[in-house]
Design a protein around this ligand. Sequence first.
Ligand code: ZN
Length: 498
Amino acid sequence: MAAKRIFTAAMATETNTFSPIAIDRRAFEESFYAAPGAHPETATLCTAPIPVGRRFCAAEGWELIEGSAAWADPAGLVSGPAHVGLRDEILDQLRAALPVDAVVLGLHGAMVAQGCDDPEGDLLARVREIVGPEVLVCAELDPHSHLTAKRVAAADFFVVFKEFPHTDFVDRAEDLWRIVVDTLHGRVRPVMSTYDCRMIDIFPTSRQPMRGFVDRMMRIEAEDARVLSLSAIHGFMAGDVPEMGTKMIAVTDGDAALGAELAERLGQELFANRGRHMMPVLSGEEAVAQAMAAEVFPVVIADIWDNPGGGTAGDATVVLKALMARGATGVAVGTIWDPIAVGLCTAAGVGGVMPLRFGAKSAPDTGEPVDALVRVEAVEPEAAMVFGESVVPFGPAALIALLDATGQDTGVQVILNTVRAQSYDPSLFTAMGIDPTAQKILVLKSTNHFYAAFAPIAAKILYCSAGKPYPNDPATNPYRFVRPDIWPRVADPFATGA
Ligand SMILES: [Zn+2]
């Protein structure tokens, strides 16, 4: 068979439409941007189809034509010029690559731009228009995305990360490429079926019932050759767009009826467990009290809603203030976003002692700024942590020790950062010279991605809901565009016949 030509590119971010942090082209370039051919060998979450595609195409002797890869850390709306610029850059690269046998994209699936509530659907529809109906078009998605009808119509199939924390982005990129290779060899004919669960929830796979659900999806894939891939779109409740919500995807080998039946059966299972997926959550005060009463360390307090990975600034001080008020010691906070304070600490230099105001500047319900005498312990212009196989920058960053009025250490250290990043991994602390295992209490900004890397070193993990920096209650979030007839906005959307 003639060598195949396949085009690949990535365009990804996760947009919290309630976030004040606007995203422009520079934000993509600061988070992750690779020009055609310049993507590193290491996979980076939503761009995994590119490095994984190199391996698959090399093994087949096929030609992989790489377009741009861009990822911006989750935040607010993407500017019109940034969105259109990236989109047209990739479409121009695709036109120049023609003819191709397949287009394999890395998308997140929850981007919202000024003037466009479905940039991925828009991109896929334009790709389809360029390549025509016969060329295979597919993408890897993050489950925290919106599965719009426009996307489903434009693409042949999607493969979605199954795990939350997303530890499987490389595995799922391999699934995506296996199906591409089998399709181009004529061995399978992927058909995508979807089911709308009419709900929105949070689905950590580190606990039941979602752990069992993911294991069952994988068992069905392994045991039934007609099933090429199963995915749950969790949905992303901070995206105020009409098609926000939980959906199921079944990709079968030409068996749409089987796919529809599977998607509905699995989707109804998610619906039946609505409200039971989320981990138990403590208030800030409860979490601090439990952490201070612990006898084995370190205790991790996850400030789950001030998660830059969900588009917040990551500068809430509610938990830190509660710890300070109770006189907690052995505390390390990673991180509080405050570029201005980092600039001041950098100017003061390591060893510098100064009064500093930091945190809680981005939005209401993030607490009050902290005013303290501090000593600058470390300054790292290019601080970074690891996440699986990825490297996640969060610097320039400064580590400060909080002092009391007499200049004595209070036993509380805080990492201030410039590039917003959620707390993925203990290397966040070691990068700043802190041994996380030697602390009593570690405060993190992450909903659940931290879990895989912190669980092995943590004596205890406390999920904490403090303040409301994130629209975390879909029953009461001030949506303007989300459809009203999904749970929990209504008790049972299926019963209403709506
Ligand atoms: Zn996600």
